[in-house]
Design a protein around this ligand. Structure first.
Ligand code: BT5
Length: 324
């Protein structure tokens, strides 16, 4: 059963901005008005700023920078993304929770988010470090009516959303390293893991896993990662509030996703190229079959990486890694 405190926050957040009377709260929660007042004092201790006006009631003026369904949904400007949020203080991987929820018919737009992951996953069995309360560790459950081939473009879409939001909200200048990394000052600050369940030409669901290093210092990364990882804070010197960042990510993702479904990939492609790391430069491409050097030219309409080979041909690369 959810606690009284949980229901109280829920009532205060759904009436967002307007006052809700002590009497109404007391009726809904079946507790006395003095008990309500005590709960309000407790919430204030936890960082909520609550305004109480005689004969009008209570309203939340500011919620704390602590991830929860209530704090994210308070002021969240989305139509469908994040209207349902599953929050865990600690979990192995939000991808696993999202997979399970999707199998149990979780609706399109459900967001799974955790304060920490004890077994966060990257691609191909690699690990993703997810320190407690230091970053955004979340998975989005999507049910797009598109083919599995088209769904792979969601990784590129997500990278442009991350780059846009980080550019707008912080002093950092991020770049996208194909296919799924975000870099600041040449160091990785975010990664994307897109997994899907599909049959032939039908996509059942897609889970977009997003990991963003937000408030780590460089000391927070262990030895092998220290050289190549960074956070928004380590690169800008500023603490970044996490909840507003999540809200902007969700809002921007929803807008970009809706445009992708309605009008296609071309706007995303153009934007992706403006953020592309090493575009026009010589890179090393490693696929399952081969390794070769070429110039990074951009991405194709179908989301493939475009490279110009030494023989002057343009080649499409669908999966692999690039380095230099
Ligand atoms: C990724 O894989 O970059 C995808 C990361 C996706 C993480 C999210 S968090 C929410 C959701 N739940 C999950 O369990 N996963 C998703 P890949 O390109 O394979 O990169 C993995 C590599 O990045 C590792 O082998 C490390 O070298 C490096 N790495 C690990 N943790 C890192 C971190 N916190 N910051 C920067 N680099 C990291």
């Amino acid at each position: 059963m959810q606690s009284t405190r949980y229901h109280l926050i829920e009532l205060l957040t759904t009436t967002e901005g307007t006052y809700i009377s002590g009497q109404l709260l007391s009726d809904r929660l079946h507790i006395s008005r003095s008990a309500i007042w005590k709960h309000m004092k407790e919430l204030e201790k936890d960082g909520y700023v609550i305004e109480g006006i005689p004969r009008k009631g209570y309203r939340i003026v500011q919620s704390p920078d602590k991830v929860s369904p209530n704090t994210i949904q308070w002021g969240l400007e989305t139509e469908w993304l994040g209207q349902k949020i599953i929050h865990k203080t600690s979990t192995e991987s939000t991808q696993e929770i999202a997979q399970q929820a999707a199998r149990n018919n979780a609706e399109h737009g459900t967001v799974v988010i955790a304060d920490e992951q004890t077994n966060g996953r990257g691609r191909m069995g690699r690990a993703w470090k997810s320190a407690k309360n230091k970053g955004v560790w979340m998975s989005l459950i999507l049910r797009p009516a598109i083919t599995p081939a088209a769904a792979t473009r969601l990784t590129l879409l997500t990278a442009t959303v991350l780059a846009d939001v980080i550019t707008k909200q912080t002093a950092a200048a991020p770049a996208i390293k194909w296919p799924n990394d975000l870099l600041i000052n040449h160091k990785k600050i975010a990664g994307i893991l897109t997994e899907m369940q599909a049959e032939q030409d039908r996509t059942q669901y897609v889970i977009v896993g997003i990991g963003v290093n937000v408030n780590q210092t460089l000391y927070d990364f262990a030895a092998p990662l220290k050289q190549q990882a960074a956070s928004i804070k380590s690169e800008t010197g500023e603490d970044q509030p996490i909840v507003p960042l999540i809200q902007s990510l969700l809002r921007s993702f929803e807008k970009t996703y809706d445009a992708f479904i309605d009008i296609g990939f071309s706007g995303i492609k153009t934007k992706w190229e403006t953020y592309a790391y090493r575009i026009g430069e010589r890179i090393r491409v490693q696929t399952n079959q081969t390794v070769f050097e070429a110039v990074l030219a951009g991405i194709a309409d179908d989301g493939a990486l475009l490279v110009q080979t030494d023989a002057g041909e343009t080649q499409n690369v669908y999966s692999g890694e690039i380095s230099w």
